[in-house]
Design a protein around this ligand. Structure first.
Ligand code: CMP
Length: 154
């Protein structure tokens, strides 16, 4: 099944929104297969944000992402990458749709609470940057057949 990496960014940790954010993904029916608190360093961030390295906000973005620890989640589900991107809302949080995480809780383009993998390829890269094999749990989620039709699980 497809996986997506989500980070509750330093502003989300500071604002006490860790539980709220995890709760939204749990209620949606996504399976949490990895969860940890981690301090990001330059080596990880240079790789993570390689597509932003020439942007004027790159230095500030890295300082912000290193300022406090983040919560990293590995979520599993059908089409989970696209689903989670919809749930978080657009980058500029004050323009994000109400009902999305950014739309409900944030105002800034930088302090936008949350990161989610953009594609299946970046999800794989991000998973390898954050989680070791021992930190990923392929547990048996007993309500899976109440969440998906059998055909959707193939
Ligand atoms: P995200 O889209 O998850 O990944 C890139 C991050 O860079 C983005 O969230 C913001 O936190 C930050 N970012 C994007 N655009 C800007 C900007 N114009 N100024 C400052 N930070 C930005």
């Amino acid at each position: 099944m497809e996986r997506s990496v989500v980070l509750v960014k330093p502003d989300g940790v500071q604002r006490g929104l860790i539980g709220e954010i995890i709760h939204r993904f749990e209620r949606k029916g996504l399976k949490l297969v990895g969860l940890k608190m981690i301090s990001l360093n330059d080596a990880v961030l240079d790789e993570w944000y390689v597509h932003h390295k020439d942007k004027p906000f790159f230095g500030g973005l890295k300082s912000y992402m290193k300022s406090y620890p983040v919560i990293a989640m590995l979520l599993e589900g059908k089409d989970v990458v696209a689903t989670v991107r919809k749930m978080i809302g657009i980058t500029k949080a004050r323009d994000a749709e109400p009902g999305t995480i950014r739309g409900d809780f944030a105002m800034s383009q930088q302090y936008n609470l949350i990161h989610a993998s953009e594609s299946i390829e970046t999800a794989k890269k991000e998973q390898s940057l954050i989680f070791s094999k021992e930190e990923i749990f392929d547990w048996d989620k007993k309500d899976i057949e109440s969440i998906y039709l059998q055909d959707e699980l193939l």
